[in-house]
Design a protein around this ligand. Structure first.
Ligand code: MN
Length: 287
């Protein structure tokens, strides 16, 4: 059975002890196994406090981030690329201190709308930096996940096939593909083939609806997606992701283009999502 997780942004945009304690409590109460901790600003995450809160709630942790303009390993500006690599290393340290064996997200470029395609030189910078990061992560038993995102959030990896190609170039065995149904619904031909193409390289899954609101209220073909995960024997985490400016910071809202809110009650949303994922995977296993 897959560990079922929820992204921290469903609960809070402010990583204080009070908020993390509440998030951990509500995550466990909604039936989840893990909380995904956002580490885009590593200095904002108190790993010791977070680990204690998660331990108290009986939860495990994963970590995710997106790089940003100015700290982008796919840049051809060496200072910008170096700043991106430092950010990834800082995030890795937080993941290790949290006891997380997973660091994923938009690790390969800035999470932004680029105004031009990726360049071969920029791609080579990203591959080299990720190979160095993977070696460090391997020493700490951490797996890196390259999250496939839509064209408005990266110019480097928009399909599962592109992620597989990048991982082959990186050449490390602790780098996996991270698929997200919200992004797949925009970029992929369907929701089954990318799962099959990634196969054993698939290591992490985000479940999000087409509008990033309540699961089942949009156009994502979840029965097909869940069946494909079952068909390849995927046993990794399945984590629910949704964003509302009711919860997250204006900065993150603006990065993600959250111009209207599809929910205000994160607890109700998370309980519903847990039931939807568990129910969908159960149905897929029995079909
Ligand atoms: Mn995602």
């Amino acid at each position: 059975m897959n560990p079922i997780g929820v992204h921290g942004s469903v609960w809070t945009g402010d990583w204080t002890a009070d908020e993390v304690g509440r998030a951990a409590h509500e995550t466990a109460a909604a039936g989840y196994d893990l909380l995904e901790v956002p580490v885009s600003d590593p200095a904002s995450v108190d790993a010791t406090m977070t680990r204690r809160m998660l331990d108290d709630a009986g939860l495990s942790a994963t970590c995710s981030l997106g790089l940003r303009p100015g700290a982008d390993i796919s840049s051809t500006d060496q200072d910008e690329a170096a700043a991106g690599e430092r950010l990834l290393i800082d995030a890795l340290h937080v993941a290790v201190d949290l006891g997380s064996n997973y660091l994923g997200g938009v690790l390969f470029s800035a999470m932004t709308k680029y105004d031009r395609p990726a360049t071969p030189a920029g791609r080579a910078n990203a591959v080299a930096a990720l190979a160095r990061l993977a070696a460090k992560a391997a020493d700490d038993g951490v797996i890196l996940g390259l999250e496939v995102v839509n064209r408005y959030e990266s110019n480097l990896v928009n399909t599962g096939r592109q992620a597989v190609a990048l991982i082959e170039e990186i050449g490390a065995d602790n780098v996996v593909v991270h698929l997200d149904s919200y992004h797949m619904n925009i970029e992929e031909g369907d929701l089954a083939r990318p799962v099959v193409e990634c196969a054993e390289l698939l290591g992490y899954v985000h479940v999000g609806e087409s509008h990033r609101g309540y699961l089942g209220s949009g156009t994502v073909d979840f029965p097909r997606f869940f069946r494909a995960l079952v068909d390849i024997g995927y046993t990794g985490p399945i984590t629910f992701e949704s964003f509302s400016s009711t919860v997250i910071s204006p900065t993150l809202s603006n990065t993600l283009g959250v111009w209207r809110n599809l929910w205000h009650d994160g607890a109700d949303l998370a309980r519903h999502a847990h039931g939807f994922i568990v129910g969908g995977m159960t149905a897929a296993r029995r079909t």
